[in-house]
Design a protein. Structure first.
Length: 577
């Protein structure tokens, strides 16, 4: 996605395309990227003209690639009667079309102008004053937006800066026009005065060099010139031979800067630092470049980062995530941030609507896939729950639940949802008696109580993550009746006050609770747990760590109900692969 946008904004120079980039099975060997811009400002409308007249809420632009040829088009608001002029290829044909238009539609009151540019301007002015006569259509716009043939309109409104995962710090910290540091230096450092002084130094060196020549060679060269002249006159007269000093032109090299890293008393080149620091330096430099551009102009800068967590330890990754969020949250800076990540550290608790979960799924045709993009908003989740959870509860718990208890779940192929950490620990431990759940893309997530299961289920379903719900029936507890019924309704299962112990395709229930089931069906687990507690390995109270170890170390296999839960979650993951 980020690379597709990079091609859209920066063209083949940034992302060269070939036939290998065309979708497998595509009938037409074409690549199309469509971008829609919203929140248009008066400056945007002024620059974009017929593509963003008053009343248009968005601007849509397409970049297409076919057989090595790139074309750009956009949705414009124009008068269809002007098509003959705009589609004409030659200036002569355009003048003829404009003349015909004036003759056939004198009510348009188009001015008599000579140049094609003035004709286009007249039509644009007419359209801006008669928007009721316009229709929305896709028109060719090569050169209008990105400067292929003319003014690069978008470069003054919106810039896209892409940080790839393989960006090399050594190259980007060189003082050159193409590097990140070079672009920062160009903006931040005024070299004019220094270059003037260096030019003066060059002229002084030439002058001094001439003085040295005069002092040491004037008489010697004059004598040599006379001797050569006399020698030549023996053969031909009327000409003189002079030997003079040749003073070279001194042009001092331009000002150059070098980036080094000071760590205490040690000073090293950038490439001698760890990969984590190198990447942090480059991203920070790009962020600085984006900020300086945004401050210097009214344009918007989009900083797009591929895997910002690369080479970062967790603490640094969290700090980096917070810094990027602060940068994007300041609307005055005009900076947007987007990144593709595999790390939960970069999911912010206040940013649920900003998350896009991208997954591949089989498409039509053997061996073909399509990418599905999913998101979740508070409104979507509330509607999905259909009254099972109060709106104020959703508002209060949505962000906290999603990104404190479900961050890894958003990256999973399927998720087992449990009420608490001890249930999670037992299931993880039982799975580790085999190859475990992680190898299948399965995550076990506890949600801090049965009351949160429905909300967690709704969040993950909106993001397209298959869920298997595990809960206690709490037989005999009156407070559990309504909660059990709501949860079973959520799972499209028959509603009852106290479900019996069972494993279904999408959920499992314990008649009382998991611990009581384990005591009756897996006594070896309880023996292993008691042994761990007596040996001083942990607290005699409920402990997720001890429950996990006991499930791993019990002398007999896990009971069938746990195996069935694990198998059901693995099947969900396989179906979602």
């Amino acid at each position: 996605m980020l690379r597709a946008l990079n091609w859209f904004f920066n063209g083949a120079s940034s992302t060269p395309l070939t036939e290998d980039d065309v979708a497998v099975g595509a009938g037409r060997r074409q690549i199309v990227v469509e971008v829609e811009f919203s929140d248009l400002t008066p400056e945007d409308r002024n620059a974009l003209g017929k593509y963003a007249p008053a009343g248009a809420e968005t601007v849509t632009i397409w970049r297409r690639w076919e057989s090595g040829v790139e074309k750009i088009s956009a949705r414009a608001f124009t008068n269809p009667l002007f098509d003959a002029f705009r589609t004409a290829r030659s200036a002569e044909d355009k003048r003829a079309a404009y003349k015909t238009l004036r003759e056939e539609r004198p009510d348009f009151d188009l001015p008599a102008v000579r140049s094609v540019r003035d004709m286009e301007s007249a039509l644009t002015v007419w359209e801006s004053q008669n928007q009721g006569s316009l229709s929305s259509r896709e028109l060719s716009a090569d050169g209008h937006f990105f400067g292929f043939n003319g003014q690069a309109v978008m470069s003054g409104l919106f810039d896209y800066v892409f940080v790839s995962a393989d960006l090399r710090a050594v190259e980007e910290t060189q003082d050159s026009k193409a590097s990140v540091i070079g672009r920062i230096l160009e903006q931040a450092i005024d070299r004019t005065a220094a270059e003037e002084d260096l030019a003066l130094l060059g002229s002084l060196l030439v002058e001094r060099h001439s003085e040295v020549h005069t002092k040491h060679f004037t008489q010697q060269l004059a004598d040599l010139s006379n001797e050569l002249t006399n020698a030549v006159e023996e053969f031909t007269r009327g000409r003189r031979v002079d030997v003079e000093p040749r003073v070279p032109t001194y042009k001092p090299p331009p000002v150059q800067f070098e980036v080094s890293v000071r760590d205490g008393a040690a000073v090293t080149q950038v490439d001698r630092q760890g990969h984590g620091f190198q990447r942090a330096l480059i991203i920070s430099a790009l962020e600085l470049l984006a900020r300086r551009k945004a401050i210097a102009t009214d344009r918007v800068i989009c900083l797009a980062i591929e895997e910002p967590e690369l080479f970062q330890h967790p603490v640094q990754a969290r700090a980096f995530s917070a810094a990027l969020r602060r940068l994007a949250s300041d609307r005055k800076r005009g900076i947007q941030v987007t990144y593709a990540t595999h790390a939960p550290y970069f999911l912010a608790a206040d940013g649920i609507p900003e998350i896009r979960r991208l997954t591949r799924q089989p498409s039509t045709g053997k061996g073909m896939y399509e990418t599905i993009v999913r998101t979740a908003t508070q409104e979507d989740v509330q509607q999905s729950l259909a009254g099972d959870v109060r709106q104020e509860s959703v508002e209060r718990n949505l962000a906290k639940l999603a990104l404190e208890y479900l961050p890894e779940a958003l990256f999973a192929r399927s998720v087992i949802l449990t009420e608490g950490d001890t249930e999670r620990a037992v299931l993880e431990g039982a799975a580790l008696r085999g190859e475990g759940l992680a190898a299948h893309g399965v995550v076990v997530a506890e949600v801090n109580g049965k009351g949160n299961l429905a909300l967690a289920h709704a969040i993950l379903r909106e993001f397209g993550v298959p869920c298997f719900v595990v809960f206690d029936g709490d037989k005999g507890k009156d407070v559990a009746k309504a909660e059990n019924r709501r949860l079973l309704r959520r799972l499209n299962a028959p509603q009852e006050d106290y479900p019996s112990t069972q494993v279904n395709e999408r959920y499992a229930a314990f008649e009382y609770d998991l611990e009581r089931t384990l005591l009756s069906e897996w006594p070896e687990w309880n023996t292993a747990l008691s042994h761990l507690q007596l040996s001083g390995s942990g607290s005699p109270r409920k402990s997720a760590a001890l429950y996990r170890h006991a499930a791993i170390n019990a002398t007999s296999d896990a009971p069938q109900i746990l195996k069935d839960i694990i198998d059901a979650a693995i099947k969900l993951a396989a179906d979602n692969a």
